[in-house]
Design a protein around this ligand. Structure first.
Ligand SMILES: C[S@@+](CC[C@H](N)C(=O)[O-])C[C@H]1O[C@@H](n2cnc3c(N)ncnc32)[C@H](O)[C@@H]1O
Length: 279
């Protein structure tokens, strides 16, 4: 059962399709549920296999930005079906990894799909990223791969991450960020755009700019260690995701993805990888 306080219609579609074992959905979103990263976007071939490889590349880029070392304790907040954890499990040994998700249905799939390798320890926990059910100073690294826009508050999340990280701990994220102009426009048009997009994505706050992230880091006790605008390198995602939702018989989701594609092509909505270290 999905908790009453969250609504992410696109996950309802994905979970339904995954139950049917439809192969393009399995390949595209059976492991990662985030956009792809193409070092050379001109080489993207539009196939789900190519998209799956690009999605894998994106998560690797996020955890590389945060820095991960053997014997560390790592939290993946908003872990989806555990794709980032599966990748870490394949690339590292002696890690203690916890995946947190508010949606128990996704955790059931993650538990079923991922088995620890190479002396790694993997635990999945149901909970809200803004009220982390972990002790103070219990983690070395926290990751949040394409999920912060769903959280009730970026500030509460950062405060919680600061609390659970040990001194010198790192946070790696990727997120959609607004240009200042698009932020103002969205705030002006909120009554129109929010109900439109939320029909597919649920709560999705993309009114945060890179400057807002820098100010938030300062306010919550972090310093920014890297920031990378990868918008252009994610653009081949959109046709593949539209194709997948089209096959799933979800025209509304296709329209909403096309809307996000257009504003991304216009450069109004950017896609960033950011990493932070506690001060
Ligand atoms: C776009 S998916 C990304 C999933 C995963 N990080 C990945 O990259 O495959 C967003 C995820 O955030 C999770 N989520 C949304 N709100 C949350 C919250 N308040 N606390 C924890 N997880 C949340 C969703 O259930 C979903 O798994």
């Amino acid at each position: 059962m999905r908790p009453a306080n969250i609504s992410m219609p696109y996950f309802d579609i994905l979970l339904e399709q995954l139950k049917l074992r439809e192969s393009s959905i399995q390949k595209a979103f059976g492991r990662h549920v985030h956009w792809g990263y193409w070092e050379n976007p001109a080489e993207a071939d539009g196939s789900v296999e190519d998209f799956a490889a690009a999605a894998e590349a994106l998560c690797q880029r996020v955890y590389t930005a945060a820095g991960v070392n053997e014997y560390e304790q790592l939290l993946d907040a908003g872990c989806g079906f555990g794709g980032t954890i599966a990748s870490l499990n394949e690339q590292f040994q002696n890690l203690d990894i916890t995946g947190l998700n508010i949606d128990p249905r996704q955790l059931d799939r993650a538990r079923h799909e991922i088995k620890p390798l190479a002396n790694n320890r993997i635990t999945f926990v149901e909970g809200d990223a803004c009220q982390l059910p972990f002790a103070d100073a219990s983690m070395d690294v926290v990751l949040a791969v394409e999920c912060i826009f769903h959280f009730p508050s970026r500030e509460e999340f950062f405060r919680e991450v600061k609390r659970v990280l040990r001194p010198g701990g790192r946070l790696g994220i990727c997120d959609f960020v607004s240009t200042p102009f698009f932020k103002a426009l969205q705030q002006f048009l909120a009554m129109v755009t929010n109900p439109m997009i939320s029909g597919t994505f649920g709560r999705a706050d993309s009114c945060f700019t890179v400057s807002d992230y820098r100010a938030l880091a300062q306010k919550t006790g972090f310093r920014v260690t890297s920031q990378e605008d990868i918008t252009r390198k994610t653009l081949p995602t959109y046709p593949v995701v539209c194709h997948v939702f089209d096959q799933a018989g979800s025209p509304k989701a296709v329209r909403d993805v096309v809307a996000v594609e257009k504003i991304s092509q216009l450069g109004l909505l950017r896609y960033f990888i950011l990493s932070f270290e506690t001060k």
